[in-house]
Design a protein around this ligand. Sequence first.
Ligand code: CTP
Length: 408
Amino acid sequence: MPGIPVILGVGGGIAAYKSAELARALMEQGGEVQTVMTHAAQEFIRPLTFAALTGHKVITEMFSNASSEDVLSSSVEHIRVAQENRLLVVAPATADLLARFAQGLANDFLTTLYLAFQGPVLLCPAMNTAMWEHPATVRNLEILRERGHNILAPDDGRLACGTVGPGRLPEPARIASIAMGILRQRHDFDNETVLVTAGPTREPMDPVRFISNRSSGKMGYALAEAAMSRGARVILISGPVHLSAPEGVELIQVQTAHEMHHAVISRLDEASIIIKSAAVADYYVANVPAQKVKKTPMRLSLDLEPTPDILAEIGRRKGDQLLIGFAAETENLLQEARRKLQSKNCDMIVANLVSQDGVGFESEENEVLLVQRTGETLHLDKAPKRVIAGQVLDQALILRLALHKVEN
Ligand code: CTP
């Protein structure tokens, strides 16, 4: 049986020697590998190594200098390779390659192929720690991440340059299994309607001011996208955020906790899984003045009233729908998560410490505890929110099976 056609792009870094092992690992896991090397990559390892391992000619040049017929075919070679393959893995993705991909430059075969390729992309950066942490690289990675590419962060360890830190290319077998996992996109949410709430709410104080919180909506949008890509119909009810809704998701935009409450309750019956990742305001300002409040030397007090607890209300109303709440805490994580699980009648609480640096509100990454109705608690290591979203969805399906078993 022919393997799944995969492109392996090799950049010019010392880790290029590991790419040969990666080519083999991809083949062992069912890939048929077409290698493309940059000029710099060939300074570290010879194309012949890949040709011998994969059984395919390695592409090293944009333009062939052979006969006119060959020249004609080589001028569209990148299109053919882009169309015939199902995944582009770049390892090592050097700082230079990341910059060129981010900018959309097409100045060699690999970067031109990248622009022509419409399938999923897995980038495996490897470089010196200072280069990895340089704001230019950080920004380029942000651009590539926003473009929806899979980025496998480098491992920590001793680098070829003698320093210790992040920058090492992860083990080839691990890269290969992530690559093949991307290709075996699951459709395990085909029969689900998932209602996701995301972002903060804004509670007006007067016509120009509001009370809100630091939620960016990234976790909720990642959940919506993950559920959609696994086949679900997704209703995303979102507070004001700077994100665009994933293609195919039904987006309902709201501002206040009351508007979110109304939107959720009116769509509740359609959902088989409800995920309440929004950071809903607990209070709203009663009697919002019609005109802007003017400054005076006097103290000013706001009259705050509690908002409806949407999650608790769903917990009271729900039938056999799976209800997943969130808990943003600054202390006593497990204890608070358990309390919310019980008091709001949830099936699972995704709990995170928002006081921790680099995770939670506004961050790209998260580290969470999944506290479940079955009594089981699962810790998810720090990872990009997209990865955490996938793991939460995996666990939701496992949990539902476990709960059905208990009931029957
Ligand atoms: N939530 C809600 N409606 C509210 C407040 C919170 O639906 N008015 C939901 C959130 O969407 C989240 C969960 O409740 O899924 C927990 O939110 P969190 O702010 O952590 O907890 P609170 O219930 O507000 O409790 P506390 O402020 O005491 O931590």
